[in-house]
Design a protein around this ligand. Structure first.
Ligand code: ADP
Ligand code: MG
Length: 196
């Protein structure tokens, strides 16, 4: 589903990533585990096609959905519209069904600023899955949540992945999260960072 072969990535004169090559098959869930500052978000932005300034190539056929480290929601649109505006043609009823599925069905008319961080994360998750992506990319989706909310999000994500079966690539600095969700864990370490 995705084939990554990056040979290097620098910010100015500082090389952040070295050679990083791996593939994720359809339906597979792969975690990239590494310490803060190692280059995880940089790697995901390259794979997502947001950052094109790198050496190497990334091949990803099919549709992609991205869940960022901080939820990137439209502040002046309701929870429901945050989903339908991202997926033109998606019926309101389908968007509402996704909100129900992540447990915020009663918040459809609220703006993101009226939701807790945990609820914003749920909305970001609902928006990602609403497009039935072939590839799901997540950047530390459970970071800075209290333990109970993180646990709820983790099992919610587990269920959504089991139901929709996208190829999933997510980065985290938490070993337990990686072990729980992923069928394969890649370690990102060093400077410039490479896989181990
Ligand atoms: P992680 O997600 O693993 O915490 P990042 O990919 O965010 O790490 O950052 C990796 C390194 O690259 C850090 O040293 C960070 O300061 C640096 N960095 C990230 N983004 C930029 C940028 N836009 N310009 C310059 N340096 C950056
Ligand atoms: Mg990061």
């Amino acid at each position: 589903m995705i084939k990554v072969d990056i040979t290097g990535k620098s910010y100015g004169t500082t090389q952040v990533l070295g050679r990083i090559a791996f593939q994720v098959a359809a339906g597979e869930t792969v975690a990239i585990l590494g310490p803060s500052g190692v280059g995880k978000s940089t790697l995901l932005r390259i794979i997502a096609g947001i950052d094109k300034r790198f050496d190497g190539r990334v091949d990803s056929p099919g549709t992609m959905a991205i869940v960022f480290q901080e939820p990137t929601l439209l502040p002046w649109r309701s929870a429901l519209r945050n989903i339908t505006l991202t997926h033109p043609g998606l019926p309101d009823a389908d968007a509402q069904a996704m909100l129900d599925k992540v447990g915020i069905g009663d918040k459809a008319d609220l703006f993101p600023g009226q939701l807790s961080l945990g609820q914003q994360r749920r909305l970001a998750l609902a928006r990602a899955f609403a497009g039935q992506p072939d590839l799901l990319i997540m950047d530390e989706p459970f970071v800075s949540l209290d333990p109970a909310t993180a646990e709820t999000m983790l099992s919610l994500t587990e269920n959504l992945i089991a139901e929709h079966r996208p190829a999933t690539l997510f980065v985290t600095h938490a070993q337990a999260e990686a072990e729980r969700l992923a069928s394969r864990i890649l370690m990102l370490e060093g400077s410039p960072a490479t896989l181990r």
